[in-house]
Write a protein of this length. Structure first.
Length: 284
């Protein structure tokens, strides 16, 4: 059994990954960071067993606490299509508390419907009239130090980031969802194109494996440590298999391999094909 001191050292302050809605090209984007609950040391510096299948969830997985920030004005995030009928996934905090939600398409902004908010995780489903292309979920196990590729709109501009899997965590966010949610911690490995500062705006974007299959949804970052957090694959699979909120699994409309040498171009293609889109929240 791990000591109380160990647990206290593992309590991180995370920041939500969304910023202000700053017009069509994001020139007026503003970072909005909630207060950090308690600073602490990173829960792990390295894994000696590279390539090992990620162990199952455990009660002593390191816990992270996030205090959601009260909304003021407008903000942006990322959503990605998972079915041609117009079903999209994003992070719950991207659309929570919004009076109006919109998505930017090829011909400007259009309103979208928030269909479901996960009661115990930072995940939401939104719906449009249709989706030109869509992504598929991976059925494979993930491995320690595996590379994952995330795509979206950091700082409200097109961008991507990849990272290496460190291990499991559990996220709590009083006021956003109840209980704790299974999450994974990733060490940032690179960005495309290169940019400085927060990843804010990529929240809700897909994390893909090297075969272009979804293995997570980005929900938070630890900027001082170069880390980001995603929903664990089990959270997404549970929604897909135990409810009628997601359609039956489908083959992706796009099939591709992803690696550090091409992940920036892959992101450009996903946005061009509207598999990944900018989503905006307006508050009253």
């Amino acid at each position: 059994m791990r000591s109380l001191a160990f647990w206290l050292l593992l309590l991180w302050g995370l920041t939500w990954l969304f910023g202000g809605l700053g017009g069509g090209d994001g020139d007026e984007w503003q970072d909005r960071r909630p207060r950090q609950e308690r600073p602490g040391q990173d829960y792990v510096e390295s894994h000696p067993r590279r390539g090992q299948v990620l162990p199952p969830p455990a009660m002593d997985d390191p816990e992270v606490m996030v205090q959601p920030e009260a909304r003021r004005g407008s903000s942006v995030g990322t959503a990605f299509a998972v079915h041609e009928s117009g079903v999209w996934l994003t992070a719950r905090h991207v659309v929570h508390g919004c009076s109006e939600v919109g998505m930017r398409g090829r011909f400007g902004w259009s309103r979208v419907q928030v269909e479901w908010l996960h009661p115990r995780a930072d995940m939401a489903i939104v719906r449009t009239a249709g989706a030109p292309t869509h992504l598929a979920f991976s059925a494979n196990d993930v491995h320690l130090e595996q590379t994952g590729y995330a795509f979206g709109f950091p700082q409200a501009r097109p961008g991507a980031v990849y990272g290496h899997l460190l291990g499991r965590t559990r996220m709590r966010s009083p006021g956003l969802f109840t209980g704790s949610s299974m999450t994974l911690a990733w060490a940032e490995g690179g960005r495309g194109p290169e940019f400085e500062g927060s990843l804010g705006g990529i929240s809700g974007g897909p994390l893909l494996d090297d075969q272009g299959r979804v293995i997570g949804v980005i929900v938070a970052e630890v900027p001082r440590r170069g880390r980001f957090e995603t929903l664990a694959p089990e959270v997404i699979r549970a929604v897909a298999t135990r409810s009628n909120m997601l359609p039956a699994p489908a083959e992706p409309a796009l099939s591709f391999a992803v690696e550090p040498r091409n992940f920036g171009r892959v992101g450009d293609e996903l946005r061009r094909q509207m598999s990944v889109a900018l989503i905006g929240c307006k508050t009253s």
